[in-house]
Design a binder for this molecule. Structure first.
Ligand SMILES: Cc1ncc(COP(=O)(O)O)c(C=O)c1O
Length: 434
């Protein structure tokens, strides 16, 4: 064997702490505001929807937060995840670049989402919660929370964006296998859902709408709390295991990345790989280019505005400081269902505003072109969401070829696409539209 391509860590090397970028921002992140008073909200304003231990994590000023043993024990089902060097892709692109990818598709649910689902279920169980309600787009988050609830013996109710519920039934089957109740959103179970269905019985739904339904369900049922799969500070915190492992694995590979890439829906897998590197950028003056990749059709960072906005369509959340297309923006029904969100995590938004992070956007045909190239060279069929990161990595490698200079690229392969094959069918048949 000539080139080492696989970099693995032992179970003992699963991170012991989560990393909190909030502690290291050169200027503080603007706080969430009460929509009526426009004053910063206190932790108690979130008490109806989150348990106190997670609210304290949401506002935690500490740089490092210890990961409970119970959570690390479950992480050990699939963590540490591998880092691979895509030598066949490099060859196909005839590039001097070295392309590495961190593969989060090895989790039982097939994506990075269990990193936070397990933590959220653990803290809810500890706080006495009986049931969790949530939303899901294409089902990656819902299936991850369903798994986590099963492992901590909690009930789980998932509002799944209707277009995905109808078009991509298999993650619904996963959720049901793990024991969750799944409803298409908008649904008849909430006042907000009923109102939308009255106006438009064929409403395809959106993540913003499904969040509103899950929130309404939560506040109406004692013993129920809400869980969010992205956007919030504590979710970005939990995902930091990805970047911490990647740093150790790049050391094994003996290379320092020039470019770090992740796709962005609400921002959590990007935060996961990027934030531990941003710490080095801020504290050690590293010159990494850190790139967030979004779909052109739902481009909150490259086309939206940085301002206070609601996290959901029905205006039930506090106002969050974020890049947004407007909370009533109805994204087109692209295949990367997990990227159809109008806003961006406040921490990712702030990092972009401070110039620590760049953002690019791609239409889905360009994304699938790169995903198919990746599948044909490296074997793994990427999730449509993760394929956005693949596209950006491929373009960085092509730019390196044009410059005639080596460039070390690392991207987060946030999930596999084995349950998204209808999207590949559409692309291969030439039916995919931008
Ligand atoms: C595989 C995969 N990657 C990325 C995302 C986008 O979410 P986030 O930006 O929170 O990582 C999703 C969302 O469902 C996903 O399923």
């Amino acid at each position: 064997m000539t080139t080492r391509t696989r970099f693995t860590l032992t179970q003992e090397q699963i991170p012991t702490h989560w990393y909190n970028l909030l502690a290291d921002f050169p200027t503080p992140l603007p706080p969430p505001l009460h929509p009526g008073t426009k004053q910063p909200i206190g932790p108690d304003a979130l008490a109806a929807i989150f348990p106190e231990n997670l609210i304290m994590q949401e506002v935690c000023p500490d740089q490092w937060v210890e990961i409970p043993d119970e959570v690390r024990d479950i992480y050990a089902l699939w963590r540490p995840t591998p880092l691979l060097r895509a030598v066949r892709l490099e060859k196909a692109l005839q590039t001097p670049a070295h392309i590495y990818y961190k593969y989060e598709g090895t989790s039982p649910a097939g994506s990075h989402k269990p990193n936070t689902a397990i933590a959220q279920a653990y803290y809810n169980k500890k706080a006495g919660t009986k049931r969790l309600a949530t939303e899901t787009g294409a089902g990656q988050w819902g299936s991850s929370l369903a798994l986590a609830c099963r492992l901590f013996d909690l009930e789980c109710t998932v509002y799944m964006v209707r277009i995905s519920f109808d078009q991509k039934p298999y993650r619904k089957s996963m959720m049901q296998t793990w024991g969750a109740q799944v409803f298409p959103s908008p649904s008849e179970r909430t006042d907000f859902g009923k109102k939308l269905l009255k106006d438009d019985p064929k409403c395809p739904g959106s993540l913003g709408i499904a969040i509103s339904e899950a929130l309404e369900d939560t506040v109406k049922h004692p013993g129920t709390k809400y869980a969010l799969g992205s956007v919030l500070n504590h979710v970005c915190l939990h995902q930091s295991v990805i970047g911490q492992e990647t740093i150790k694995q790049m050391e094994q590979a003996g290379e320092e990345p020039d470019v770090i890439i992740g796709c962005v829906g609400g921002g959590s897998n990007f935060a996961g790989i990027a934030f531990p590197f941003l710490q080095k950028k801020i504290k050690e003056g590293k010159k990494y280019r850190v790139v967030a990749v979004e779909p052109s059709s739902c481009a909150s960072m490259t086309k939206g505005k940085l301002r206070y906005d609601f996290g959901d369509t029905a205006q039930m959340t506090p106002l969050l400081w974020m890049y947004t297309l407007g909370h009533d923006f109805m994204p087109p029904s692209i295949h990367a269902g997990g990227l159809r969100y109008h806003g961006m995590a406040p921490m990712v938004s702030h990092a972009h505003d401070l110039g620590l992070v760049d953002a690019v956007a791609y239409p889905q045909t360009k994304v699938f072109e790169a995903a198919v190239l990746f599948a044909r060279t490296e074997g793994i069929i990427p999730a449509p969401e993760a394929s956005h990161a693949v596209r950006a990595a491929v373009d960085e490698a092509i730019a390196a070829r044009k410059d005639g200079k080596k460039r070390v690229i690392v991207f987060n392969m946030s999930g596999h696409g084995m349950l998204d094959l209808s999207a590949y069918d559409a692309y291969l048949a030439g039916n995919l539209k931008d």
